[in-house]
Design a protein around this ligand. Structure first.
Ligand code: FES
Length: 56
């Protein structure tokens, strides 16, 4: 499932980035992936993914 449509980031991508940068900040995870937050619609879900590590 996509977390961020603007950057085409999937849950797995965000979680892998969080292993490097920590779980507190979706923006840092996106930066680790070479992306930036654009519309911001994804941030609540991105935080959820970072915090509970759910999904595939
Ligand atoms: S959906 Fe992530 S920045 Fe737009």
């Amino acid at each position: 499932m996509f977390v961020c449509v603007c950057n085409a980031l999937k849950e797995r991508d965000v979680r892998e980035a969080a292993r490097v940068v920590g779980k507190s900040c979706p923006k840092a995870a996106y930066a680790q992936l070479g992306c930036k937050v654009k519309c911001g619609q994804c941030l609540p879900f991105a935080r959820e993914v970072l915090m509970d590590g759910r999904g595939a």
